[in-house]
Design a protein around this ligand. Structure first.
Ligand SMILES: Cc1cc2nc3c(=O)[nH]c(=O)nc-3n(C[C@H](O)[C@H](O)[C@H](O)COP(=O)(O)OP(=O)(O)OC[C@H]3O[C@@H](n4cnc5c(N)ncnc54)[C@H](O)[C@@H]3O)c2cc1C
Length: 417
């Protein structure tokens, strides 16, 4: 039986560990926290996942919370009229909702990772609670057929060189601030279904609002992404969760009053229901070299960490785990050498490259043709629907989003019926 070590119990590490376990591999999973610590800890993400990524979980029968988690059937975009926040409140220039072909769901990673970790152990997997250092990996690389590093954006990424050609930004492009709340009302435009709501405030940042399943049941997430140095970059140093929520709401009242209107009665889900921080989006070389010459393969955020502005990281982590699982199984008993590691990553990069290109584009001020496209989606529902479904399969943006001529032709063809 082939022995595989996975370091890191997030979306990437756990999905892959559970998948390999089902295929009969002897898997050791190393996590720096126990399931109880994860469950009782701080929120980590907004983790909205779209149809393709959710299907990978279904294929492995890991969709334990599908019937309880709220279903986001749409994805909507609102754009504030530029400058209208000064003195404010902002006015809305664009507002539409597109329908997703398959629903999206967010299950709080505290619920999902804790639950998956317990399942892994119950199914006989070897779970080691230990924060792995490079020296540990150096030792273990000799005793396992394959070592995979799925430790997110933690210190172990230092083993994987930054791929400068694929990483246009050296600095964080947004300051992130998340609050999990109970008591949010529905959007009056579509009270009968949930949607991921993206609110763009030109020159300032974005507010994302979405439903989730958390440790206390259904909740909603208020997630500000602020351009560094701007008015939304105001959460640094705030430790008190109620102060974090007050600031979130104050900014909503000024910059997105249409979202604030349904948030006047919200309360935090729990003391650990807030998160703030920032990181530079980075693509890394997938193969890490250990001091004694052994090789390890990076998974998920270790190799491709995009800004959460497009809500893709968990989706990508799941797609990476699915691509690697197939590559490992297909490789049979052959050695997991450098060539195989590179080919496994290249298989994942086939999809990840589209996510990275689109996400990095969304961090920059939108060019005129993109503004026209988003505006046209308000008049022409097929454009809104196609844009919404791009969150599931970002490769489609190649066909109508990046190139001004293609965007124009697409809008004209839809307008012509
Ligand atoms: C504010 C915010 C909002 C987001 N919203 C979305 C969204 O809506 N949709 C979406 O798809 N993505 C979203 N993401 C991105 C998504 O959360 C990540 O991309 C995803 O969690 C990556 O999964 P991963 O398994 O690669 O890494 P992680 O989830 O970071 O998991 C890594 C695990 O490894 C552990 N670890 C770290 N170092 C060690 C060590 N040395 N030894 C042992 N264990 C270790 C960590 O504790 C952690 O449990 C968001 C991210 C943020 C920050």
């Amino acid at each position: 039986m082939r022995k595989i070590l996975i370091v890191g119990a997030g979306q990437a590490g756990l999905q892959l560990a559970l998948g390999l376990q089902t295929q009969g591999y002897e898997v050791t999973l190393m996590s720096n926290r126990t399931a109880d610590e994860i469950r009782a800890g701080r929120v980590m993400s907004t983790q909205m996942m779209f149809a393709t990524a959710l299907q990978h979980e279904r294929d492995l029968k890991l969709n334990f919370w599908e019937s309880q988690a709220p279903r986001a059937e749409g994805l909507g975009v609102s754009v504030a009229a530029p400058g209208s926040h000064d003195p404010g409140p902002s006015q809305r220039a664009i507002d539409w909702v597109g329908k997703l072909d398959g629903y999206a769901q967010s299950v709080d990673q505290r619920v999902k990772m804790a639950g998956w970790m317990e399942t892994f152990a119950q199914r006989g997997g070897q779970l080691v609670i230990h924060g792995a250092a490079v020296s540990d990996l150096d030792y273990f690389a000799r005793t396992y057929d394959l070592v995979l590093v799925a430790a997110g954006k933690g210190e172990l990424v230092s083993m994987f060189g930054r791929d400068a050609a694929r990483s246009p930004y050296a600095e964080p492009q947004r300051a992130l601030a998340v609050a999990y709340v109970h008591g949010l009302g529905p959007r009056p435009e579509h009270p009968d279904f949930d949607a991921v709501r993206c609110n763009l405030v030109p020159g300032v940042g974005e507010l994302f609002v979405m439903p989730t399943l958390t440790t206390s049941g259904r909740a909603d997430i208020l997630f500000w992404e602020g351009i560094p140095g701007g008015p939304l970059d105001a959460f640094k140093g705030i430790k008190d969760p109620s102060e974090h929520l007050s600031l979130t709401l104050e900014l909503m009242e000024r910059f997105t009053p249409w979202e604030y209107a349904r948030a006047t009665k919200v309360e935090l889900t729990d003391e650990n229901g807030t998160l703030s921080g920032r990181y530079a989006p980075t693509v890394r070389n997938p193969i890490g070299r250990l001091p004694s010459g052994g090789l390890v393969l990076g998974v998920g955020d270790v190799v491709v960490a995009n800004d959460p502005i497009t809500g893709q990281g968990s989706n990508s982590a799941g797609k990476c785990a699915a691509a690697y699982l197939a590559a490992i199984v297909e490789h049979g008993d052959k050695p997991f050498d450098e060539e195989w590691m590179q080919s496994a990553f290249d298989r994942y990069w086939n999809t990840a490259q589209h996510v990275t290109k689109w996400t990095n584009a969304m961090l920059a001020p939108p060019p005129e043709h993109v503004l026209n496209l988003i505006g046209a989606a308000g008049e022409l529902p097929p454009i809104a629907n196609r844009f919404a479904n791009g969150f599931d399969d970002p490769s489609d943006f190649e066909n109508f989003f990046f190139d001004p001529q293609k965007a124009e032709q697409y809008v004209s063809s839809v307008a012509a019926g």
